[in-house]
Design a protein around this ligand. Sequence first.
Ligand SMILES: [Zn+2]
Length: 55
Amino acid sequence: MDCPRCEATLDTYTLYGKEAVTCERCGYLGVSVEHRSEPKEIESWQSALDRFNTE
Ligand SMILES: [Zn+2]
């Protein structure tokens, strides 16, 4: 999957039981929903991800 903003390769991992995608290049953050092909952007997860990345 590529970033919808800058088309860079997204990093994918599981967070809170859901598949999350992030783009290190532009800071895009989203989750993949099973019923939809387009990831949903959730900016409010940024603080949680910051904690996740520093551990
Ligand atoms: Zn991007």
